[in-house]
Design a protein around this ligand. Structure first.
Ligand SMILES: *[C@@H]1O[C@H](CO)[C@@H](O)[C@H](O)[C@H]1NC(C)=O
Ligand SMILES: *[C@@H]1O[C@H](CO)[C@@H](O)[C@H](O)[C@H]1NC(C)=O
Ligand SMILES: *[C@@H]1O[C@H](CO)[C@@H](O)[C@H](O)[C@H]1NC(C)=O
Length: 403
């Protein structure tokens, strides 16, 4: 009797495991696999070399599912946020993913991957696992090296003078840095759309991150002392993926916990969250350099949008001043559209107001009326199309006069 019960129980476990494996098989797909699975065309640009030797991958959805006859399509580059990848824009499927939404509306969609993400983790000389120098970058370097490399490819392939740029979170930070450090890039952009822009962080809300930022002067040297250059370091990155598969894939208590980790980071909005998206979101390894975290921490602490603070001595050598210089937003002359919300624990509405006053060419400012809209809702909210993407499309159309 006992043996039978045990066998039945084991069968149930095995069955459960196989059901779960199915979900995992689906959610395990990479950016390119997801695009293909959803029936869209995809082109892969491998090993784009940056000026400082990083090798990046970029993907392109040249047109929608149905190829309409049309002389030309206007390119739009999508850049992801911190700990994000191109996959964030195709994860939720054709009905909701921004990349599909734009491809179906006749845009030529380019998906960027920043250095060190799972799709861009190589370098001409440096090995991410053995050379700590690989991790010596912040979003400053993503801005001034990664973006120009991507712009060059898009220009070469499409032969278009200008592109539209859509950034989410850090994807917006890097644009402002590029446009202020290398102002000639303003001429290549017909409009920049900022989803949850991050530049000024004086009012940054997330209490946990604020506290972490405050102690940056303490943990930064400690991290360097123990040789920690990225988060999460291996093998913790793999363990997190395993934990996700175990705990976040099944409906119930643990999945709710997994969702709450998202809320604790970006703001509480259970109404717009589809719980089945959570495990797919956590599925891939996500990495950031300690330097990226330090840089954001410094800007939270100073309330300014400045270059990386290396300490007085190095600052004097690098910048000729004891404090790092502020990014000059006056130089960001490309037309800019800002999307933000009150429920966002990372992008604060007040900081967006400050930003919009400094940007000389802010052409559109949209505070999402739904008050609980959080930081990640730009990617995964159930109603993201009607709440945000319709307006994004309106702005793009306005600045992309189709020839
Ligand atoms: C762009 O195309 C030209 C001519 O085909 C080539 O010489 C150049 O290396 C290309 N640049 C990039 C960044 O691919
Ligand atoms: C939630 O996501 C699943 C899988 O992508 C989808 O089948 C379902 O329709 C979504 N539910 C809502 C309310 O959007
Ligand atoms: C910022 O850029 C503007 C426009 O180029 C320039 O007039 C101004 O002097 C710059 N400000 C600083 C502090 O460098």
């Amino acid at each position: 009797m006992f043996k039978l019960a045990l066998m039945v129980w084991i069968c149930v476990l095995v069955l459960q495991e196989s059901v779960r494996t199915n979900i995992i098989d689906e959610m395990d797909l990479s950016t390119v696999q997801l695009i293909k699975k959803n029936g869209y065309p995809v082109e892969i640009y491998n090993n784009i070399v940056t000026e400082d030797g990083y090798l990046l991958d970029m993907y392109r959805i040249p047109h929608g599912k149905i190829r309409k006859k049309r002389k030309s399509r206007n390119p739009v580059l999508l850049m992801h946020g911190l700990l994000g990848t191109s996959r964030d824009y195709v994860l939720t499927g054709p009905e909701k993913g921004l990349a599909y939404f734009l491809a179906d509306r006749d845009y030529d969609v380019w998906l960027g991957n920043a250095r060190s993400t799972i799709y861009s983790k190589n370098h001409l000389r440096l090995n991410p696992d053995t050379d700590s120098d690989f991790w010596d970058y912040s979003f400053h370097e993503i801005a001034i090296y990664d973006l120009p490399a991507k712009f060059a490819i898009i220009k070469n392939v499409t032969k278009k003078e200008r592109l539209s740029y859509i950034g989410m979170s850090q994807g917006t930070t890097v644009f402002y840095i590029l446009a202020s450090m290398k102002p000639e890039y303003n001429n290549y952009v017909n409009v920049m759309v900022a989803l949850a822009p991050v530049a000024y962080m004086a009012n940054f809300y997330n209490p946990m991150y604020r506290l972490l930022a405050k102690f940056e002067p303490i943990w930064a040297p400690l991290a360097s002392l123990i040789g920690l250059h990225r988060i999460p370091p291996p093998p913790i990155d793999q363990l997190l993926v395993e934990a996700n598969r175990r705990f976040c894939t099944q409906e119930g208590f643990f999945q709710v916990i997994c969702a709450n980790i998202l809320f604790l980071s970006g703001g509480y909005d259970p109404l717009q969250l589809n719980l089945t998206v959570v495990p797919a979101l956590y599925e891939i390894k996500r990495t950031a350099s300690i330097r990226q975290l330090r840089h954001y921490s410094q800007n939270i602490n100073s309330g300014l949008f400045r270059q990386f603070d290396f300490g007085k001595k190095v600052n004097l050598e690098k910048y000729g001043s004891p404090k790092p210089p502020a990014y000059n937003l006056t130089k960001v002359t490309a037309p800019t559209a800002l999307f933000y919300s009150e429920g966002d624990w990372i992008t604060h509405a007040l900081d967006v107001e400050t930003l919009s006053e400094e940007l000389p060419n802010c052409v559109y400012k949209y505070k999402i009326p739904y008050k609980q809209f959080n930081h990640y809702d730009y990617l995964i909210a159930n109603d993201v199309v009607s709440m945000v993407y319709q307006n994004v499309f309106y702005v793009l159309e306005k600045y992309n006069k189709i020839i």
